[in-house]
Design a protein around this ligand. Structure first.
Ligand code: PLP
Length: 389
């Protein structure tokens, strides 16, 4: 059956693209060396820096987030360098795997995925590294696979308290323009970001914002690189992108920034907090009657951009996703890596309002029933109550 009505897209990325962004992107090709495009590009970068909270340089790539991850590694390190990776979930594992393929040594601060790395353990690892082997501490600010947010400022404090000189790297792919973030004020040396989540754009550009301290590390880093090389980029007119620039994306980015600025960045964060509260209220009700529960078990760390829902033993999360998409045209995120079949994820970031969240939650509640999953009834009503506070 052909589904009717709009798809409710509740994936944690890509996310809904506002119609005005789609219209802004829908235009013919143009010469990216043309002065009018350069002006648009420079204006976008200047305004994007405000969203990231940095005066540092922003380097961009025609790539998804993986490209920006790779850029962070090849631009900052030399073969044999050691990184400290804070375990959070599937994405910290993937970044680790990538680093090892580049010949970097990765020491992991292990963590239970339902909580993420504990600050005491981070502090202990840093304090034990008296030879300052760790060149960087790598963090996933918001672990999209688990719905757990890491208190990055506490990681910064751990570095400061132990007097450790390592760089602090932060992946904000599912937190930028959704959760509070302030790169320079929080003492972060490198921010990894992408287009397809809080920025509400199609997938296709990613970027790294870089502090002065990280630029100094770059100047002596010896891993081979070319397309992602910041030094090559600095020699080019746009001081970013080594190859052809996806011009349409910048018309979309200008519109995305206009939307974010119009709402106000703090109001964007507050909206995400409010909608996330409604999602969590619903899941808490569903967890009655031995139903599915919040995967995140630290209330201080539950993500305001994505909620992972853990299935009761013996029930398959994919059955819920199939019912939601097949019957109600609602697209949910699946479980990644070892969480495959065990969780489904509700993305609540980007272009989203109350009725969209309530519609999604109603479809999930119906899908739980359709898939024969025990659950407490009345999740949507609890979400409505949370939104009326
Ligand atoms: N890091 C995080 C936290 C992510 O959520 C993702 C993708 O969802 C990535 C990295 C990888 O980005 P991409 O899929 O855009 O390559």
């Amino acid at each position: 059956m052909t589904p009717r009505g709009r798809t409710f897209f509740a994936n944690p990325g890509p996310t809904n693209i506002p119609d005005s962004i789609l219209r802004a992107i829908d235009r013919p090709s143009q010469d990216f060396m043309e002065e009018s495009f350069i002006a648009l590009f420079e204006d976008c970068v200047r305004r994007l820096k405000r969203v990231i909270g940095t005066d540092g340089h922003v380097f961009m790539y025609a790539a998804s987030g993986h490209g920006a991850w790779e850029a962070s590694l090849v631009n900052l390190f030399s073969p044999g360098d050691t990184l400290l990776m804070l375990e959070s979930g599937y994405f910290s594992e993937s970044w680790t795997e990538m680093a090892r393929k580049f010949g970097l040594e990765v020491v992991i601060v292990p963590a239970e995925w339902r909580r993420g790395a504990q600050i005491e353990a981070v502090k202990a690892a840093l304090a034990a590294d008296t030879a300052h082997r760790f060149k960087a501490v790598c963090t996933v600010h918001n672990e999209t696979s688990t719905g757990v947010t890491l208190p990055i400022r506490e990681v910064r404090a751990a570095l400061d308290e132990t007097g450790h000189p390592a760089l602090l790297l932060s992946d904000t792919i599912s937190s930028l323009a959704s959760l509070p973030y302030a790169m320079d004020a929080w003492g972060i040396d490198l921010t990894v970001g992408g287009s397809q989540k809080g920025l509400m754009l199609p997938t296709g550009i990613s970027f790294t914002a870089v502090s002065e301290k990280a630029m100094a590390a770059h100047r002596v880093a010896r891993l081979p690189r070319h397309y992602l090389d910041w030094s090559v980029m600095l020699g080019r007119r746009h001081r970013s992108f080594v190859g052809t620039i996806p011009t349409q994306m910048f018309h979309g980015l200008a519109e995305a920034l206009r939307l974010i600025e119009g709402e106000g960045l703090e109001a964007v964060w507050a909206r995400h907090r409010r909608l996330a509260g409604a999602v969590r209220a619903a899941v808490r009700v569903w967890s009655g009657n031995q139903g599915p529960e919040l995967f995140c078990i630290d209330p201080e760390r539950c993500s305001d951009s994505v909620t992972a829902v853990l299935m009761p033993e013996g029930h398959d999360a994919e059955a819920v996703r199939r019912a939601a998409f097949g019957r109600y045209n609602v697209s949910l995120g699946g479980g990644l890596g070892r969480l495959g079949g065990r969780v489904f994820r509700i993305g609540h970031l980007g272009d989203l309002n109350e009725p969209m969240i309530l519609g999604t939650l109603a479809a999930v509640e119906m899908s739980l029933a359709d898939a024969g999953v025990p659950h407490g009834r009345g999740g949507v009503a609890a979400a409505m109550d949370a939104l009326s506070l």
